[in-house]
Design a protein around this ligand. Structure first.
Ligand code: ADE
Length: 421
């Protein structure tokens, strides 16, 4: 346990959290398999891990896996609104892990919680968005000497860490878990796609069919969102700044146009770009009365909320996770989940089946780093290919799906350059 024992909402919520953690576990066969091996081999014996993650039922299963491997884990929230309070209670009560996170905590408490996790003097950091790593480097540099390495879960975090590396500021190796194929091709696309629409629907209960849904960005997360919005009957418009991605969106069948044009015709707006002010004052200026605006990118900067506040004469919470702003000309714009990750703040985040692969990568990458000891450089590493392949194989096995293998003749053919037409 770290210095402060824990800081959570209510320990008495543990039994409901425990049941939901078990429910998620059923859908995480790859992680279960790793957990069983870890329990035998104890590859993380005594290793202190500080994990800064969205505290969900799936994260609880990752923590249990790390513990089975012998790790001494503390956990803090990676977003003020994504914490599931019953899960924090169950992790403290049933696993004896120090947890720091309360749904709805303010920024000050959020950073106090990161500091509390750092008090654990981690040897491994596990981050989602790089706030833990950034705080460790900027404010707790005396702790850097203990650190073997770290992992990063999300696109935004990897971008920040690459910027640290380019600046010569990164003081220990990090594995970019996000960049594994078995992570971003599934978690970012199918996980974000489903959970984002789930968040929008739980918050608003609006019918998607027949609505014009504007999706900001066309990275893996936005692709998932566009795909699922279309699947529900939405009329999808994509906005982009990268020509290649814009072209892909066009050929995937979506309308593509600048946000200023889309702003005039959209009913529902969902950003997932990783950049700031994707929806800004000029866009609010032309939106239809009743427009709904949400974000599924990591930080709450994609929608310029201060601009919306400045243009509004009234703000009212009309349903959980829905603030309705009244503009001076009488139009209403509804903002979901305070512009924070709508899939985690208004729903439960990605389903367990997809987090199974993301967190299998996390567990295996921690093991890889610990086994490599101190022989890695201070840079951002890709996930080793053998880990990525193993995760896809284990997932297929768990799903009972068999695939073909190359014959010797086929293998030889692929390795030769002499035979052509
Ligand atoms: N990120 C997105 N969904 C998540 C989940 N269910 N658990 C942890 N992190 C997540």
């Amino acid at each position: 346990m770290s210095k402060q024992k824990y800081d959570i909402k209510d320990l008495s919520l543990a039994s409901s959290g425990g049941l939901r953690i078990e429910w998620a576990e059923q859908e995480m066969p790859v992680l279960r398999k790793i957990r069983a091996r870890f329990a035998k081999e104890r590859p993380l014996d005594g290793v202190r891990i500080a994990a800064c993650l969205h505290i969900t039922t799936e994260t609880a299963n990752l923590v249990a896996t790390l513990q089975a491997g012998g790790a001494d884990v503390v956990l803090c929230a990676s977003n003020p609104l994504s914490t599931q309070d019953d899960v924090t209670a169950a992790i403290v009560a049933d696993m004896g892990v120090a947890v720091f996170g309360i749904k709805g905590e303010d920024n000050e408490r959020y950073y106090q919680h990161i500091q509390a996790a750092l008090d654990h003097e981690p040897q491994i950091t596990m981050d989602d968005g790089a706030d833990l790593v950034s705080t460790l480097h900027r404010e707790r540099s005396e702790l850097l000497q203990n650190v073997i390495g770290g992992t990063e879960e999300t696109t935004t975090g990897v971008i920040r860490l690459r910027a640290m590396e380019a600046d010569g500021a990164l003081e220990y190796p990090i594995v970019a878990v996000n960049d594994a194929d078995t992570k971003h091709l599934f978690d970012n696309r199918y996980g974000t796609g489903q959970s984002t629409l789930d968040g929008v629907i739980r918050a608003t209960n609006v019918l998607i069919a027949g609505k014009t849904v504007v999706v900001g960005g066309y990275g893996w997360c936005s692709r998932g969102i566009a795909m699922r919005a279309e699947g529900l009957g939405g009329n999808v418009i994509v906005t982009e700044v990268e020509p290649l991605r814009a072209l892909e969106a066009v050929m995937d069948g979506y309308r593509v146009m600048p946000m200023l044009e889309a702003a005039r015709i959209g009913d529902i707006f969902i950003t997932s770009t990783g950049d700031k002010s994707v929806i800004d004052a000029q866009h609010f200026e032309v939106m239809k009365d009743g427009a709904i605006v949400a974000n599924s990118g990591h930080f709450n900067v994609e929608i310029n909320i201060p601009a919306l506040e400045g243009m509004s004469v009234e703000k009212k919470c009309v349903r959980p996770s829905v603030e309705r702003y009244t503009l001076s000309d009488g139009r209403h714009i509804s903002l979901l989940a305070e512009g924070r990750l709508v899939n985690l703040a208004a729903a439960e985040g990605h389903p367990a089946s997809v987090m199974d692969m993301s967190f299998a990568n996390q567990a295996l990458c921690v093991e890889w780093m610990v086994r490599r000891g101190g022989d890695l450089e201070k840079r951002v590493y890709p996930v080793p290919q053998e880990i990525d392949r193993l995760v896809s194989r284990l997932k297929l096995d768990a799903m009972g799906i068999e695939i073909d293998t190359l014959t010797d003749e086929q293998r030889e053919y692929l390795a030769s350059w002499k035979s052509g037409t």
